[in-house]
Design a protein around this ligand. Sequence first.
Ligand SMILES: *[C@@H]1O[C@H](CO)[C@@H](O)[C@H](O)[C@H]1NC(C)=O
Ligand SMILES: *[C@@H]1O[C@H](CO)[C@@H](O)[C@H](O)[C@H]1NC(C)=O
Length: 377
Amino acid sequence: MESQAAVLVLTYLIFLYGGCEVCADCDNITQFSTQLDTLLAEYDRESPPASLVIIELDLDPRHASIQEDTSTARMLADLRMTWEDSRITWNSTDWGCESALAPAERLWLPDVGLVNAAATGDEAGLRARLTSEGRVTWHTRFDVNVPVAMQLKDWPYDEQTVAFKFASRGYTLEQVELELSDDQQQATVSESGAWELVSVMGTRAVWMRGTDSRRLISWQVTLKRRGAAHARASATVLFATVLLLAAAMVLPPEHRHPLYATAAFVATLWLISALLRLPSSASTPTLLTLQGALCACGGVLSVLAALVARVAVFTSTPPHALRQFVFTASKICKLSLQEELSTEGTWRAAARLLDMIVLAVAALVLFVLTCYAISVL
Ligand SMILES: *[C@@H]1O[C@H](CO)[C@@H](O)[C@H](O)[C@H]1NC(C)=O
Ligand SMILES: *[C@@H]1O[C@H](CO)[C@@H](O)[C@H](O)[C@H]1NC(C)=O
């Protein structure tokens, strides 16, 4: 135990005294700026550090959300760029330090920017970090708005994927190569809004621009709606509508209309309020389709109940075929007992037969709709 502790302490001391000289920041500003002036005396910030500069990119989203009224996604992110500039190297033993912050305006900087939309404000970092081996790290903060083709099929559980594409504005593929940083740090975004950041995926592609090609880095940012309240309320209204329709079907035909109408009205109110809240989108939410179907069910059932009521009180002589049909049907299911062949009796039996068919079909439709609703909600 003791020897282990001694080794640990020794390692720590070596790290403190031996390692520090190498990892130290250049904290003597006056001394460093004099040294940097000497180093950059011949430096031309207009010319790139090499004929092919390899830049590592890393995106660190700070905030992401979707504005549904305009169908755009907004993201606030830091873009970290790292590259080698062999002209800015120094002997860390001589200088006594390993890395330092330098004014970015004195260095060559890559012109990487958003290409699939306009950045409303990008704030280039004023200082870049230099290391004695010539590695430069520079941050740019982007505030970007990108149009989204909203996919609302799964609303209110929908996920939207937005592509943020970055490329060099002035340098071709032969001059500037962009690469994704290996240590893709997963964003730790503390979101409190209606959207939650699910994932950030970077991909590389070639972007043809006229005759020359550029390297394109595309980040697919996936956002998930936090719509638990929406989902619960919508499910409640949906099942209340189904229950109203089912309750109406149990009542005698002449008492059904008010409940059918109420069910259709509830569905209509929900549809109107949902349509006011939903943005224009490339797809219709399944929930909207379901509620629309229930609304139509209420309407159609109302019409059929009215038809059944009318048929039951017809007084004209029924066609022979109908009389024959009702007579045959009455043997299978009990339709009419005493007045089998009278005019009124035939119509009443026909109405009862129609009602049975309507109820059977409606029950089947409601069952299918309910099963589908349960599977998607
Ligand atoms: C910084 O460097 C200068 C010049 O080398 C020296 O005179 C000065 O004492 C240093 N300051 C500190 C705080 O070490
Ligand atoms: C840096 O300077 C030290 C002493 O001035 C020298 O011994 C060492 O070789 C130098 N290192 C390089 C890489 O030039």
